[in-house]
Design a protein around this ligand. Sequence first.
Ligand code: SF4
Ligand code: SF4
Length: 383
Amino acid sequence: METVAPLEEVLDLINETGGESFKFCYQCGLCDTVCPWNRVRTFSMRKLIRQANFGLTEIENEEIWRCTTCGRCPDRCPRGVDQIEVGVSARRIATEFGVFPAPVKPVRGVAAGLVAEGNPFGEERKNRADWAKGLSVKPFTEDMEILYFSGCYLSYDPRLKKVAAATANILNKAGIDFGILGSEENCCGESIRKTGDEELFKRLARENIKTFIDHGVHKILVSSPHCYHTFKNEYPEFNVNFEIVHISQYLFELINEGRLEITKEYGKKMTYHDPCYLGRHNGIYNEPREALKKIPGLELIEMPDSMEDSLCCGGGGGRIWMETPKGERFSDLRLEQAMEVGAEVLVTACPYCISNFEDSRLTLDVVEKIEVKDITEIIQEVI
Ligand code: SF4
Ligand code: SF4
């Protein structure tokens, strides 16, 4: 197995795929100051950028897989370096050379599942719509108002199937004419792209785009900020433009327009965690908060590190599939922050955040102290 790439080849590949922004870095280290890794261990994006400048010759280095693409550092760079793009480019090079250090190896299994069944778990494609059994959810047809794209985690993960069910119940209650693609739905491809597997991303994207066009889809409702981000900002690379709505935006709209009526109280203290791909990457901070504020009895408290400064859950950039040792998990820090501000419920709007927070609830042994909910699960209880 090749583990060392020739210098010229690496520089050419980074130039081709990551742009040339890394050349402007003057090593100020501001990126390292804001990076959440430096709260749990040392990690230096600055050093990776320096290596990119001088020739990244050791691509077996685990550090290139560490960035969660949380989006905190690109906004802070005084030289306009796109650290995420440079980091993903380094991963593309490693993927091309077949280099996967031990903590990254599970990504190979994920890729195999995506190729064979269109989901990272390798679950059977034909079972993709099982979450909707008994919920009066129809297959999508062209005359419908909106396609609900549930995504992989809400389709297969037992905890997150509850979020898909809550979404369907809300849509039915609001009288929305919606449908799903079921076994014709494929992973959106966002996270596998961030691990460096550009070819697989393109394959998944092309298959989804073809399915959307064949079914006459115009407007797509998503639960995952990762689906949102890639449909809205990355699929246009294929010369298509669909109208993309995240469920937190849609809930706010439905409540405001009177299509969804809140009839009950929710008498708990709650704090909202901004998912990186909803907040920082797409600027959606207010709609989820405003939707929650409409609920009588609910007290919304802010944590430190919220909105633009939100703490990452640790699941972006394909890290959701990699092992992060105990003591280095951002989700543990976030759960502690939520409990410190006195929240009884940590609410969010992303399947990766929910998965990581639920894991932390168990490993920190705080199941009795705090609940973790998706925003749809809260709304479902008050309509
Ligand atoms: S913030 Fe920008 S200029 Fe400063 S070290 Fe990081 S990449 Fe380089
Ligand atoms: S994007 Fe986030 S995780 Fe990645 S280097 Fe920047 S601050 Fe760190």
